[in-house]
Design a protein around this ligand. Structure first.
Ligand code: PGA
Length: 253
């Protein structure tokens, strides 16, 4: 059983055109020099960056592009939305789905996310499916149950062939953008619970699922997080906007 090791950068709604060009060129150079080709690097910039970014990544076989979201419809009159098929036509390979910011600010429900997962897979995109609890949910001891429910609701309808493509990102909401990282014990504990839950439905396939940790991952904490047996990489927000920091994370496996 080998799991893909993944360092994914979620730029969120940051970086103007020229800033993006500089960041990508620096990341490409650092990854080329420092990151083994067995590590998968994924850059998830805002949509308008994807076209030129693809051209800049031509020479770098282990750096991929991801969208931060996609529509729940295939095409048509949905002003402001971006379809999975459009992303794929720009040679995008991944899409983040179910990020807590989408769930909270844009009211994305588990049912909607199940639809988005389907449409991403139909268009040959790899969903990076996010799950995670609030601080209050953790403090009241509901965190395991809640995260498992998120997975069940949006992924358990998949066929084994579809499920095999999914990447999971566990992102405790209290750790996102706060500078507070989950301890390695907290991360490992939850990742093991997630893998067991997935195995309950998909059996052995769960051993091959990459489960990323997200929430204030930095160059100086990535190594200990990635050393946990069930942590297969990171979904990185703030630190993905700095090339040196992000490259340090990507070489922390
Ligand atoms: P952060 O964000 O690294 O800035 O905490 C992670 C995420 O939201 O994906």
């Amino acid at each position: 059983m080998t799991r893909k090791k993944i360092a994914a950068g979620n730029w969120k709604m940051n970086m103007k055109h020229q800033e993006g060009v500089i960041l990508i060129s620096e990341v490409v150079n650092m990854v080329k020099d420092e990151v083994p080709s067995t590590t998968t690097v994924v850059l998830c910039p805002p949509f308008p960056h994807l076209g030129y970014a693809k051209k800049m990544l031509q020479s770098q076989p282990n750096i991929f592009l991801g969208g931060q979201n996609c529509a729940d419809k295939a095409s048509g009159a949905y002003t402001g939305e971006v379809a999975a098929g459009i992303l794929k036509s720009f040679e995008v390979d991944y899409v983040i789905l179910g990020h807590s910011e989408r769930r909270e600010y844009y009211k994305e429900t588990e049912e909607l996310l199940a639809t988005k997962v389907n449409i991403a897979l139909e268009n040959d995109l790899i969903p990076i499916f996010c799950c995670g609890e609030t601080l209050q949910q953790r403090q009241s001891g509901q965190h395991f149950e809640l995260v498992c429910k998120q997975l069940t609701a949006s992924l358990f309808h998949l066929t084994p062939e579809q499920y095999a493509k999914i990447v999971i990102a566990y992102e405790p909401i209290w750790a996102i953008g706060t500078g507070v990282t989950a301890t390695t014990d907290q991360a490992q504990e939850m990742h093991a619970v997630i893998r067991k839950h997935l195995a309950g439905k998909f059996g052995e396939l769960a051993q091959s699922t990459s489960i990323l940790y997200g929430g204030s991952v930095k160059g100086d904490n990535a190594k200990e997080l990635f050393a946990c047996p069930d942590v297969d990489g990171g979904l990185v927000g703030g630190a993905s906007l700095k090339s040196r920091e992000f490259a340090n994370i990507a070489k922390s496996f």
